[in-house]
Design a protein around this ligand. Structure first.
Ligand SMILES: Cc1cc2nc3c(=O)[nH]c(=O)nc-3n(C[C@H](O)[C@H](O)[C@H](O)COP(=O)(O)OP(=O)(O)OC[C@H]3O[C@@H](n4cnc5c(N)ncnc54)[C@H](O)[C@@H]3O)c2cc1C
Length: 386
């Protein structure tokens, strides 16, 4: 009997796992040795790393979105609709009132994102395409005032994105000729920039913000908002009211409730998996990407990032193919990778092992910027048929 693999979520992790399974399970067009069902509520998939470009008008929605059905070949089928429940004991998923049973489950549902303090009434959630595009509409009319980039809570996906957003906004308004009439401030509960990295890298990013005249307010926990100001708990003054004219913010991230209901979450509130195999406590049930919390990792947590979702997806798919062929899994996840901090026309790259201090930051260069552009183009070319 053909094995069935249920892939929950068609974002970065889910699409990568489906493609890798297709390649490794012996599927071709016409000969499908495995059934790969991808469960996705949206008809199209968005490449979120490009949202920071969208918020400054460098990308339009159609450039960073692709219809989901572009992955539907070589034994991959999409089940559209909201997943209602998962039973990891019986490998069963309910979606659209129908029950699907598989031999393996790979969960890559990403974090659930919600607005805190009704922030959507006052500003723009740049972690969505709508928020990024609406922010740009206001930025393109902007002449003077205070622009606030606010991290509304921790943890959030892509700890680099708020810094990149502030730098890209700075670049854009300088190009527009109104830099001198603007104040840009980044507020975050973090102690220092990109705390997953070592102190040297944090200090370099902080210097970069200073050079660009971007105000940096760490240890600022958002407590409330109205149409003119944001309230924070402030480490020195106790509390602070900060005025703004234009606001971009990151939403609150939580693990999808259906995974908690399924008994898949641990003390961390996220799906705890073996840090090497990415298997949950349930046999043949794996979790990858933003929802996965790696148990037994040296550092508190590796950042939520698309490149880790991709690496994890490949490891899991490969090991499922091995298990299915009666062989032992022979790949493990290593937290090595790289992250590019773009500034508009140049960029810097953080590279190395994210579960250690063994990380380096490259010099600022045009080449790194184009590396990020190429990664975006490669994403769609590699995974989707047009
Ligand atoms: C602004 C921004 C910039 C970023 N920049 C970078 C970067 O430069 N580099 C980098 O590596 N990463 C970056 N990231 C992070 C990266 O996008 C995420 O880490 C990655 O998308 C996580 O992949 P995932 O598969 O875990 O989840 P997602 O890609 O979020 O996919 C989850 C999928 O599950 C679907 N889903 C959820 N619930 C259900 C349900 N109940 N039923 C059916 N479908 C459901 C969703 O619709 C979605 O398609 C950035 C993210 C943002 C927001």
């Amino acid at each position: 009997m053909k094995p069935t693999i249920l892939v929950l979520g068609g974002g970065i992790g889910g699409v990568t796992v489906a493609k890798q399974l297709r390649n490794e399970m012996g599927n071709e067009d016409g000969i499908n040795l495995a059934r790969i069902l991808v469960f996705e509520k949206e008809k199209s998939t968005l490449f979120a790393p490009s949202l920071t470009w969208m918020m400054v008008g460098k990308r339009k929605e159609e450039q960073i979105r692709h219809p989901m059905d572009g992955i539907e070949f070589g034994g991959v089928e999409i089940v559209y609709g909201e997943i209602e429940s998962v039973d990891p004991d019986t490998h069963t998923v309910i979606s659209g009132g129908n029950e699907y049973r598989g031999d393996y489950i790979v969960i890559s549902l990403g974090a659930e994102k919600r607005d805190k303090y009704d922030l959507n009434r006052f500003g723009h959630n740049f972690y969505t395409s709508e928020g990024a595009s609406d922010f740009y509409k206001e930025l393109s009319q902007f002449k003077s005032g205070n622009i606030a980039v606010t991290v509304s809570s921790l943890p959030h996906t892509s700890p680099v994105a708020p810094y990149e957003a502030a730098l890209l906004i700075e670049d854009t308004i300088r190009e527009k000729g109104c830099r001198d009439a603007a104040e840009i401030t980044l507020y975050t509960p973090e102690n220092r920039p990109m705390p997953f990295a070592n102190e040297k890298i944090s200090a370099a990013v902080r210097r970069l913000m200073e050079e660009k005249g971007i105000q940096y307010r760490p240890k600022h926990q958002l407590k409330g908002a109205d149409e003119n100001s944001l309230s924070f708990s402030d480490p020195t003054k106790g509390s602070a009211e900060e005025a703004y004219d234009l606001l971009a913010y990151t939403p609150k991230h939580t693990c999808p409730a259906l995974l908690e209901e399924a008994g898949l979450t641990g003390e961390s509130g996220w799906v705890e998996v073996d840090s090497k195999t990415l298997q949950t406590p349930f046999d043949k049930v794996y979790a990858i990407g933003d929802i996965a919390s790696l148990q037994g990792h040296g550092k508190p947590a590796i950042p939520m990032a698309g490149f880790f979702a991709e690496v994890q997806a490949r490891v899991v798919a490969h090991n499922i193919a091995r298990r299915q062929a009666g062989k032992s899994p022979d790949q493990t996840f290593e937290a090595s990778g790289s992250y590019i901090l773009d500034q508009g026309t140049t960029a810097r790259k953080v590279d190395g092992r994210f579960d250690s201090d063994d990380l380096s930051l490259s010099n600022n260069s045009l080449f790194r910027h184009w590396e990020k552009v190429l990664a975006e183009k490669a994403w769609f070319l590699k995974h989707f048929q047009s």
